[in-house]
Design a protein. Structure first.
Length: 183
């Protein structure tokens, strides 16, 4: 095995361990969705400039989703609350897709772990693997502590009506989406 490959594997393992520690240290349960917070416009520009691959190597550019209601969920396969909220997110993706809503999962995890998860628990929206670029993007989008799960909703006009750290209940996200789309 080459030195570069060993270094990359070590870096990914260290990143996973760091994120697991941060998650365990700041786990939130039963919290209500937070109201909108002002995000730096540069952070949203960086989101739409981002490009990540799924576990099969298919690249997705966030610019393709600009102008849609976008639900971005930062997660990891080792995060129990992340895994628990994904079936609800799939149901909401199916319900709201015809109204221009797009869910996207950004995994702060190793490709192999995401592939194994997706094989066992398929979801109806793209699961992208981000590596260190996703960590920085999450930080720019308001997740300073890098705790998971972390979800934000971006309106077609670029407003952010919901930023939520911790597990997000289906009914709470459904209400946010319903209210947004009613206007």
């Amino acid at each position: 095995m080459s030195k570069d490959r060993v270094f990359l594997i070590g870096l990914v393992a260290a990143l996973i361990a760091l994120l697991a520690g941060l998650y365990m240290g700041s786990q939130h349960t039963g919290t209500k969705p937070q109201t909108a917070q002002l995000l730096n416009p540069e952070a949203l520009s960086n989101l739409y400039a981002s490009r990540f691959e799924d576990v099969d190597g298919k690249a997705y550019s966030f610019s393709a989703w600009q102008g849609k209601t976008l639900v971005v969920n930062f997660w990891a396969s080792w995060c129990p609350p992340c895994r628990e909220e994904m079936p609800a997110f799939s149901r909401l993706q199916n319900r709201y897709a015809v109204r221009g809503v797009q869910f996207v999962g950004i995994a702060l995890d190793a490709t192999e772990s995401v592939r194994a998860f997706a094989g066992q628990y398929p979801v109806s929206y793209p699961l992208l693997v981000s590596g260190t670029a996703g960590v920085e993007l999450a930080r720019q989008l308001g997740n300073a502590g890098l705790s998971l799960p972390y979800t934000l909703v971006v309106s077609p006009g670029g407003d952010v009506p919901l930023v939520h750290l911790g597990p997000l209940a289906e009914r709470d996200l459904d209400l946010v989406l319903h209210t947004m789309l009613a206007h």
